[in-house]
Structures are given as C-alpha cells and as structure tokens.
Design a protein around this ligand. Structure first.
Ligand SMILES: [Zn+2]
Length: 440
C-alpha cells in the first residue's frame, strides 16, 4: 500500500509532466468559445482527448454533455469531476467569436482542462490500484442562463425540458443518479474555498399592443414599448424595498424593442433575472416584479405574457469536502492567500446538484480583470490550468483511498435537501406562465 501523501506526490509529478500540454489545451478551448447547448466542437475536442486516454465514455447527454469513466474495478463511491463546456457572450473581448460574440470570460474552459488533467494525472501516476470506486470526467453543457428564446425552442422540439442550466437537465434525465460526490474549481479573482451563491428565476416577458402609423395616427396604436418602459421604471421603484442581507438582484435586457421606428411598436420582449439568497425570497421578489410588469401593461392598455422558469437553487458547499479541499490547497500552495468563504450574488447550477449529493465548488485565481468583462485575462497558466487539477486529484485520493473510507463517511453523513424526484417536481412546479390582458 502506498501512503496517501506519496500517492498525491506521484499525481502532482505526473501533472507537472503534462503541464505544457494542459496549457495548450486551455489556450485552444479559450480561443474557440461556444454558447450553451451549442458546444458541439468543444464536445468533439473533449471526446478526442478522452479517446486518447483510452477511456470509455457516453456523449450527447442533454445535447452536448459527456461522461467518461475511470473505473478502479473495486466497489466504492463514484466521484464526478466536472468541466462546463459553455462560454458567455462578451463581444467586447479580444478573443470573442466574431459571429456569435461568444467568449470564455467566465473561464469555463479552464474547468475542462482541470477535468482532463485529473484524468491524466490519475492514469499516468499508476496509483489507481490504490483507490476504490470510480472517477467520472463529466463535461456539462450550458451553465450560463441566457438565450431564453433559443432554449424555449429546444424545449418545444423536445430536446431538453429544463432550460436554465445543463446540470438541471442532466439531473432530470438521470445522469447524476450514478454520481455520489461532485467537485470542480471555478475560476475567480481570488482564492475562495467555500462559495455560496444566490438562487434565481429566469423570466421571458412579452408585451403586446397594436401597430399604427407612428407619425400620422399614433392614437390608433397600443405602444408595447411604452408598456415595457413603465414596467422597467416600476421595477426600479421597487429597489428601495429590497433588504440588503437578501442580496437581491433584478436585471435584464430587451432583445426586441419594436420593429420599425415609423410604426407604434406592437410587440416588445424582455429577458429578466430575479435573484436572491434563498428561493423563498426570490419567489417573493419575483411576485413584486410581476406586479410591476402588469402595471406597465395596465397603464397603456396592452397585454403582457410572463414566462417564469426556475433557475438555480442556492449553492452551499459540503463542509467535509471543503475541509479536504482546503487542506490540499494549503499543502500544494502554502504561500497563497485564500478566503474561507464568500457569497457570490450570481448563481451556479452546481447549487442544484448540491441539493441532492455532496459537492464543493471553490473558486481559484490566476486571472486579471473580471468575470464576464472585456479585460478578463489568464495571467498565470500554472495557477489556472495545472494547480486546480492537482488539488482536485489530491482530494479524490483522500475520498477514494483506504477503501474509500472517507468518501463513504461523507456520503453517509450527508443529508440531501431533496431527492431527485422532489427536485424535478420543485423545478416544474415553480415554473409557470401567466398572461394579463388589458386590451379593450
Ligand atoms: Zn461560470
């Protein structure tokens, strides 16, 4: 039996051997960003890498997801290392795709590198004989919730049912059923071990009025843009009622503000996100926002259709897994500063996973600039592509060595907030559409 510390050292040495390769994989994915539920080339690239590793895998899960299996051949828990396939839209970024505006300014590409690195490190080091259970390299689609219209179409076509996040859909179709523990590292501007995050509801809103000649006969029209503008002002008027500790955020865009300036706009659409620290508060704020939307339609005598989809549940790390991660972080990077805990006001679909199985989702630095911004830059390739793979692999060794006793204990101690079925019912039950018609 190899002592645990020695196993960890062997994996870290193997990853040092692969460091240049991992950095070049990172650079390749970074300059080839794709949007959620459209990550076909990225998925293909990952599959090629997995084939080179000689692993069996399944692909096309929730459209582009991939699960590759490293099986120790001995019974034990299954640990998933996750890598998110998608990018955001940030056309202002120098590496953005010219056509789609896609850019990896949330750093998900680094997660894929870390995920592949964990696989390579475990295989190259020859320590698998010392572990029990399985490791799944799990590439998941569409973590960023946007392009609501495109996703509504995918739903209509029966390709997916849960549109906000890839992991939501993967839970629904049973792809997390065989996973006992899950972890990965999200890029960030500082090192944080325990990340909690907001819940959210995603909204598609359509104001309908009546077209008319905007110059000669505006009195014959019903101006949907005016309805939307009043609604937006009403939403802004609510902000003083938001309680600081609830971390409320209401933000959005107007993808369609009318068709031609010479006619009264007959249809205007909005995409909104309502976020707060708990789902209960999110629902309460969402009710207020819906009242504001109705007010806009009512004021001008228009119609408003509101389609609410429940986004991610709040994220809360498993403390046992966070402790292991923290201790490995300190061992590998004794001189690096880190923060024990932060509350992120955005959301992560890993929050949903954490309601069902133990998860940890730390954020580690190595970038300059900020997430989702044009100045997002990878500054320290070792810190972004190699170190997280080492810490995740070290944590997996803790979980699965010694007959997977630690992993087993964590699973036994974990109290799921929801079963899979309860989760699916919750998301379906809270998602609803309503229509309010004030047209005479
Ligand atoms: Zn992200």
């Amino acid at each position: 039996m190899i002592p645990i510390q020695e196993m960890k050292q062997k994996v870290c040495n193997a990853l040092d051997e692969r460091a240049e390769e991992l950095k070049s994989i990172g650079n390749h994915i970074f300059i080839n960003p794709e949007l959620g539920f459209k990550e076909f080339n990225t998925a293909e690239y990952i599959c090629e890498r997995i084939e080179q590793m000689g692993l069996s895998y399944r692909k096309g899960l929730a459209i582009t997801g991939i699960k590759a299996y490293i099986d120790t051949g001995r019974p034990g828990p299954t640990v998933a290392v996750i890598g998110e396939l998608d990018s955001v839209i940030c056309p202002e970024h120098p590496s953005a795709n010219k056509e789609t505006g896609a850019a990896h300014t949330c750093g998900h590409h680094a997660q894929l590198v870390n995920m592949l690195g964990v696989g390579l490190g475990l295989l190259d080091s020859g320590i698998l004989d010392e572990l029990c259970g399985r490791i799944v390299l799990f590439s998941t689609p569409a973590e960023e919730p946007f392009e609501a219209e495109y996703r509504a179409k995918l739903k209509e076509e029966g390709k997916i049912k849960f549109t906000c996040g890839g992991k939501q859909e993967l839970i629904r179709i049973g792809e997390f059923d065989d996973i006992d523990l899950a972890l990965f590292v999200h890029i960030g501007s500082q090192n944080v071990i325990r990340v909690t995050s907001n819940a959210f509801i995603s909204k598609r809103v359509i104001f309908s009025g009546k077209e008319a000649h905007a110059g000669n006969a505006p009195h014959l029209g019903i101006n949907a843009l005016n309805a939307a503008t009043i609604a937006w002002t009403a939403i802004n008027s609510l902000r003083e009622t938001f309680v600081e500790e609830d971390c409320v955020r209401v933000h959005g865009i107007m993808p369609q503000g009318g068709k031609i300036a010479i006619s009264v706009p007959a249809e205007v659409s909005m995409e909104l996100i309502v976020r707060a620290k708990t789902m209960e508060t999110t629902i309460a704020i969402n009710d207020k926002v819906n009242r504001a939307l109705k007010a806009g339609a009512m004021a001008v005598g228009a119609k408003v259709e509101i389609i609410d989809t429940v986004g991610f549940l709040p994220m809360d790390p498993n403390e046992d897994m966070a402790k292991l991660f923290e201790s490995n972080f300190k061992t590998l990077l004794p001189n690096e500063c880190f923060v024990k805990q932060i509350h992120f006001k955005g959301g992560f679909d890993m929050g949903d996973v954490g309601h069902i199985i133990p998860q940890v989702h730390p954020m580690l630095g190595g970038i300059s600039g900020n997430l989702h911004q044009r100045d997002f830059t990878i500054m320290d390739e070792q810190m972004v592509y190699v170190n997280p793979a080492k810490i995740i692999a070290m944590t997996i060794i803790d979980l699965l060595a010694d007959n997977a006793s630690r992993g087993g204990e964590i699973i036994k101690r974990f109290q799921p907030k929801l079963s899979k079925n309860e989760y699916v019912n919750l998301i379906e039950g809270l998602s609803k559409s309503s229509e309010f018609n004030y047209i005479d």
